[in-house]
Design a protein around this ligand. Structure first.
Ligand SMILES: C[S@@+](CC[C@H](N)C(=O)[O-])C[C@H]1O[C@@H](n2cnc3c(N)ncnc32)[C@H](O)[C@@H]1O
Length: 335
């Protein structure tokens, strides 16, 4: 059995996933996976698993469709849906409905298995990931994505954009596309989904409500020298592409020098021995999340990918006692 088929099957059967977690070998043997296939899956290396899926499906080439957009007589509309971080399991019924019923699905995905799934649900799919190109400025790609979506809606098509994670978090193009479609007087909406940050709270067992939370894109964080409150949680996105404006076709860290700058800036707030988490959520249900706890001074020693997020726990402060909180509020109310 191919890895693609195995992953599709097991991911859609939650009892099997449970069984896989306690005895992966037994389940993989049951499905007849070879020793080499089993090694790939057990590597927990999501880029390697993605490459294996692409190799098994390269002939289909459905992620490079360029669908002809003929004008129709219906009024165009846009629904942007999120497919979540973990393959299949975080796709909502409402998102599925819109994917199924769209004239055209534009996909913006981080893993090839979800593209295969979307293609099964609606064969009229085109992947917008093709608009990214080696050394091409990402801002230019975002503009092309917006233009493509808006022009298709203008041609009276019902368009569904299926983006990974939450489709409106660190996804500027989807917000602008919705804005532009609405300016034309046409219908557009976004449906939320599970983001990398949501997954992080579950996997790291952290509640952002406990101490409050700050969240920044790493390049913007450095560029604007953001002042932070160390008594709150800090989440930094895109730590594997600090200071990089174009696109690199690799999941490895796009700029190790940028990570060094980030380390130095963070050390000025927390000191060099403060521990932080480097996090990669599991995309394939057979994988475990990657969680690396490191001291800030060791940040550049670990392998960081373009899909990782940093989480810096709040510096412990003495919590106020209930009677002190009551006293302070009584005082505020009486003043
Ligand atoms: C362009 S943003 C897209 C975020 C996405 N819309 C979401 O809702 O999570 C890409 C960044 O999201 C974070 N990210 C994406 N996939 C991730 C994963 N599997 N684990 C941890 N962080 C991830 C990383 O910080 C990455 O650089």
């Amino acid at each position: 059995m191919k890895i693609t088929k195995f992953l599709s099957k097991i991911s859609q059967d939650f009892q099997l996933i449970d069984e896989f977690e306690s005895n992966p070998k037994q389940i993989m043997n049951k499905f007849g996976l070879s020793e080499k296939q089993q090694q790939i899956i057990l590597s927990n290396d999501q880029s390697m698993i993605s490459r294996a899926i692409i190799n098994e499906n390269y002939k289909k080439r459905f992620w490079s469709f360029n669908l002809p957009v003929k004008k129709s007589t219906k009024e165009g509309r846009l629904v942007v849906v999120g497919t979540g971080i973990k393959y299949f399991s975080q796709l909502t019924n409402e998102a599925l409905y819109h994917i199924k019923n769209a004239d055209i699905v534009y996909s913006l995905q981080a893993d090839p298995l979800t593209v295969i799934l979307l293609h099964k649900i609606n064969p009229n799919i085109e992947t917008l990931n093709n608009l990214y190109g080696e050394k091409k400025i990402r801002q230019k790609t975002y503009s092309e994505i917006i233009t493509k979506i808006v022009n298709t809606v203008k041609a009276n098509k019902s368009v569904c954009v299926a983006a990974y994670g939450h489709p409106g978090i660190y996804a500027m193009a989807t917000h602008r596309a919705i804005e532009n479609v609405r300016k034309l007087g046409l219908y557009a909406k976004m449906l939320p989904s599970v983001s990398a940050e949501d997954s992080l709270y579950a996997d790291l067992n952290i509640d952002p409500g406990e101490n409050g939370s700050q969240s920044y894109e790493a390049t913007q964080f450095l560029l604007h020298k953001k002042k932070i409150d160390v008594s709150s949680l800090l989440i930094l996105w895109q730590i594997g592409l600090v200071g990089i404006m174009d696109f690199k076709n690799t999941s490895k860290n796009w700029n190790p020098e940028g990570l060094r700058l980030l380390r130095d800036y963070l050390q000025s707030f927390y000191g060099k021995d403060y521990s932080v988490y480097i996090y990669e959520a599991a995309v394939f249900p057979v994988c475990k999340p990657r969680i690396e706890k490191v001291k800030l001074c060791e940040l550049t020693d670990i392998e960081v990918t373009a899909n990782m997020t940093m989480c810096i726990p709040a510096v412990e402060i003495t919590k106020k006692k209930n009677e002190d909180i009551k006293y302070e509020f009584d005082r505020m109310f009486t003043n």
